[in-house]
Design a protein. Structure first.
Ligand SMILES: C[S@@+](CC[C@H](N)C(=O)[O-])C[C@H]1O[C@@H](n2cnc3c(N)ncnc32)[C@H](O)[C@@H]1O
Length: 272
């Protein structure tokens, strides 16, 4: 498995990016054409922009994580950077409370609005916030964005693979917004790439944070930092404290700890 991954990584370095993207798209189009009927609310592979892995498997696994951390059916939840509804999909059969999701990718939100129109407690919003990778015409800077929700509105707020594409000032603002919209006692689950003594030595074939973005974060791609950003764990700990969020648990992911039983990214679980 590791050898296959290494080989693919080496191949990636040889084949130029435009050709790689085209080949990938063709592969996905083939899978869409030959894969039979798609399950409800699962986007075609060639139109999926939220990352690798199987859409259903990844969503179901995270649903399990949310339940393990206390999700119950009457809760009101917020999914920040909800993408194409990968995490929302398994919750439709479970949640009687309110689900709100927002994202800066307009096409993703249009897809969700359309797919979930028969699920009245699920609502999706587009936020026209700038990100060089996901919305390079966005009008508002993420560091200035106020979430369109009242204070103390949610029992749970979660972000999967969102702060891993955002800069320091942006995550500072977003975490304080998360604290604002969480009810007292509410929980937030956020995935990060956390830099500490162990993960800094990581030999992961892809997640190599070699380039400084600023004094607390590093990226894998110098020319396109938002591709993947990792933060110093001490910065993250201090930020939670500043925002009034108490860290209850950190589940270290496989990217920095190959023996981890968890997902690729690290996850910080905190309460207000
Ligand atoms: C890797 S995708 C993950 C999507 C979704 N959370 C999931 O796991 O399926 C990253 C998502 O973050 C969104 N994003 C990036 N910057 C954002 C921001 N400032 N506010 C909200 N969403 C953002 C992108 O548009 C994209 O949908």
């Amino acid at each position: 498995m590791a050898n296959r991954r290494d080989m693919l990584h080496r191949l990636k370095q040889i084949v130029p990016l435009p050709l790689r993207s085209r080949l990938k798209w063709l592969g996905y189009a083939w899978q869409d054409a030959t894969g039979g009927t798609r399950a409800a609310r699962v986007p075609p592979k060639r139109k999926t922009f939220i990352g690798g892995g199987d859409f259903i498997t990844v969503g179901d696994a995270f649903f399990g994580t949310l339940k393990r951390h206390g999700l119950s059916l009457a809760m009101d939840v917020l999914d920040v950077g909800c993408g194409q509804g990968r995490m929302a999909r398994p919750m439709t059969e479970f949640l009687t409370g309110r689900y709100e999701g927002f994202d800066i990718d307009r096409a993703g939100i249009e897809w969700c609005k359309n797919q979930y129109k028969d699920v009245p407690n699920f609502t999706f919003h587009h936020a026209d916030v700038f990100n060089a990778r996901y919305n390079n015409t966005g009008k508002t800077a993420a560091k200035d964005y106020r979430f369109p929700f009242e204070d103390n509105a949610f029992d749970m707020v979660f972000l999967t693979s969102v702060f891993t594409h955002m800069f320091k000032d942006d995550v500072e603002n977003y975490l304080s917004e998360i604290a604002r919209v969480l009810k007292p006692g509410g929980k937030c689950l956020v995935t990060w790439f956390l830099l500490d003594e162990i993960s800094r030595q990581s030999q992961h074939p892809v997640m190599q944070f070699r380039y400084d973005v600023d004094n607390v974060s590093q990226t894998t791609v110098k020319s396109n930092p938002e591709a993947a950003i990792a933060f110093e764990i001490d910065f993250v700990r201090a930020l939670y404290e500043k925002c009034g969020l108490g860290i209850k648990d950190i589940e270290h992911g496989k990217w920095g700890r190959p023996d981890s039983q968890y997902d690729l990214q690290d996850m910080v679980v905190a309460t207000k």
